[in-house]
Design a protein around this ligand. Structure first.
Ligand SMILES: *Cc1c(COP(=O)(O)O)cnc(C)c1O
Length: 397
């Protein structure tokens, strides 16, 4: 294909920008409903917890096919609260992937426990169960698999493993799902939220179900976990001014719940639009002859992938140059994540070397997230793919 070659300055500047995420398109479709919901909260005068939060807790639990939902201030707090409920503390080890957002691991040392970093499966970017098994010791008290980018970790293996290593007299390993990027994801027809003891969700604006600020939730099928998380999110207070345990202040505010209640009925349609966009990238990248160079993300069989991110691998040191070329054409992209947590300065005391987790290290050098949000237009995807085509045509010369 010859048209690869000449990118004139003119064609370059005539291309309109393709943002990595454009929330204004979603807001434009829901403006009236969202503003009405916020007016309702203003009129009620109830700004923290209250009926909107109750409704959201019930709605999210129903959506996730779980029995209970407890709203809190963020996905990060949901993880902290789950570990607090599980009684994690000094001397305990918690196994987490290194290739994830910081909050998956930071909750562990905040409770005086030690994070133990596991490597990932290079195909799914999710925690590698075989490596997890090698890391289990008599001190292991929890495992936090992350359903990265919207596809569930290998929960079948992890659940079997925690069962095998949990002995009612000796050791109970609590399994906490970090589903911040994966609300509604499924494995074998079973939704995220039903595999672990507790599951943590985030309503940060960039997530598939995003609020107008911070928010999070712990969902579970176990009444005692849900009661414990509920107690802990409100200073361990029950009844008012009587404190059973030392909790934190992590309440979900009514504005966020009101906005999320408006958005929840649209979530499945949005997830389907994300999946359709992923399919379209596959076709466009194949047509452009780029699938030999780039590794596209895969939705595994028996999985419902909800595509919070569309993350490709760009090998051989091209990643940063590609990103610069995209940015020159005003195409948004981002790197999730540029460094494994085991390499972070704040975890230097754990003594990891970069290559201790080779797949994590490799992924951090190669990954690039492209626009995938539901309202993304076909011609915008074509613009993205065309930029890749032009980049690799030029670099081959
Ligand atoms: C976003 C995210 C979190 C934290 O959620 P916040 O609501 O931003 O605190 C935790 N884990 C993962 C994997 C995330 O993507």
């Amino acid at each position: 294909m010859k048209e690869d070659c000449a990118v004139t300055e003119e064609t370059r500047t005539s291309v309109s920008p393709v943002p990595l995420l454009d929330l204004s398109r979603q807001y434009a479709a829901l403006r009236e409903e969202m503003n009405e919901a916020l007016r309702r909260v203003n009129d009620s005068g109830q700004f923290v917890l209250g009926p909107e939060v109750k409704r959201l807790e019930a709605g999210i639990a129903e959506y996730s096919h779980t029995a209970f939902g407890v709203g809190c201030a963020s996905g990060s707090d949901a993880l902290l609260l789950a570990l607090m409920a599980a009684g994690i503390g000094p001397g305990d080890e918690v196994i987490v992937p290194s290739f994830t957002f910081f909050a998956t691991a930071s909750c562990v040392p905040r409770l005086g426990a030690t994070p133990v970093f596991a490597d990932i499966d290079p195909v799914t970017f999710n925690i590698d169960p075989q490596h997890v098994e090698k890391l289990i010791t008599s001190r292991t008290k929890a495992i936090i698999p992350v359903h990265l980018y919207g596809q569930m970790a290998d929960m079948t293996a992890l659940r079997a493993m925690t069962k095998e290593h949990s002995d009612p007299l000796r050791q109970k390993i609590v399994l906490v799902e970090d589903a911040a990027q994966a609300i509604g994801a499924e494995l074998n027809g079973v939704r995220a939220g039903n595999w672990g003891d507790m599951t943590c969700l985030s309503f940060y604006p960039t997530k598939n179900l995003g609020g107008a600020g911070d928010g999070g939730m712990v969902i579970t099928n176990d009444e005692s976990w849900s009661r414990q998380v509920r107690l802990l999110r409100g200073h361990g207070m029950e009844p008012r001014y009587f404190h059973k345990v030392i909790g934190i202040n992590s309440r979900l505010d009514s504005y966020q719940a009101a906005v999320l209640n408006v958005k929840l009925p649209h979530l499945d349609a949005w997830s389907e639009m994300r999946a359709a966009n992923a399919k379209r990238y596959e076709v466009l990248f194949a047509e452009a002859g780029l699938t030999r160079i780039l590794t596209l993300p895969q939705a595994l069989p028996h999985h419902r992938h909800v595509w919070n991110q569309y993350v490709i691998r760009i090998p051989d040191g091209h990643r940063d140059a590609v990103r610069a070329a995209l940015s020159e054409r005003k195409i948004g992209s981002d790197i999730y994540y540029p460094m494994g947590l085991h390499e972070q300065e704040c975890f230097a005391w754990l003594g990891y070397e970069p290559h201790d987790l080779p797949e994590t290290w490799k992924a951090s050098q190669e990954v690039l997230a492209l626009p995938i949000y539901p309202e993304l237009r076909e011609e915008e995807q074509w613009t993205v793919v065309k930029a890749f085509k032009e980049y690799f045509a030029a670099s081959a010369r």
